[in-house]
Design a protein around this ligand. Structure first.
Ligand code: SF4
Ligand code: SF4
Length: 218
């Protein structure tokens, strides 16, 4: 029959419309705007009932652990006993090479005494307007030094340099990475052999060998 499809479509819309009110009653007194309620009502096909709108920005749905937005650089915790605030990036340049839109720019640091390159970036920039959030930089980094962030509220009116993030703006403490990705960070730590970064462990082993050697010589 001509127009049957339209009627069916309107029927579905009407059903969702009514479901909204029925669902509101179901959540009455249980906190219908809590994280749990958001997940149920905006979640998978079997959970989603009614036309439920999250009133962003006043309300926000928690993002899943593997959600990825702009990358950030991991640094040691600022209150760490050793190497507080040390950046994990060794300036190897792999992330800049694999980045499809080429929006990472790194300036490798040099030792002021010897003039030789050192495994640390002097400058590190990401143009977040160009970044397409693919996560390849984080996938390919051999040092777990760059991770995908959850912070998606980065809009601004500035059209010039505001969205070119520098090293200071990109750097975040390791505890932040653990807080937004507890499972992934634990898996990575297990693969590395501990919560400390392998470079820190290597430095410690080197220092201990040097101390042993010095003790042996005296
Ligand atoms: S791949 Fe990792 S260690 Fe290498 S430059 Fe990029 S962030 Fe730094
Ligand atoms: S997420 Fe993708 S596009 Fe963005 S900086 Fe990393 S590699 Fe480049």
């Amino acid at each position: 029959m001509y127009g049957l499809g339209i009627l069916k479509g309107m029927g579905v819309t009407l059903k969702h419309f009514l479901d909204t009110y029925i669902e509101d009653l179901r959540f009455l007194g249980k906190g219908k705007r809590t994280d749990v309620a958001f997940n149920l009502r905006q979640g998978g096909r079997n959970q989603r009932l009614g036309l439920f709108t999250v009133e962003y920005p006043e309300e926000k749905i928690a993002v899943p652990e593997r959600f990825r937005f702009i990358p950030f650089l991991v640094i040691n915790n600022l209150d760490a006993e050793e190497d507080a605030g040390k950046i994990w990036c060794t300036s190897c340049g792999i992330c800049a090479k694999v980045c499809p839109p080429q929006c990472i720019w790194i300036v490798r640091g040099t030792d002021p005494e010897t003039g030789r390159p050192k495994p640390e970036p002097e400058e590190f920039y990401i143009d977040i307007d160009i970044c397409m959030n693919c996560g390849l930089c984080a996938e390919f980094c051999p040092f777990d030094a760059i991770k995908m962030d959850h912070d998606y509220e980065l809009a601004s009116y500035d059209r010039t340099t505001h969205h070119i993030f520098d090293k200071a703006r990109l750097s975040k403490e390791f505890r932040y990475w653990r807080s937004i990705a507890p499972t992934i960070s634990a898996e990575e730590a297990e693969a590395r052999g501990g919560w400390e970064h392998k470079d820190v462990l290597k430095e410690k082993a080197k220092a201990s060998r040097a101390a042993d050697k010095a003790a042996g010589a005296s």
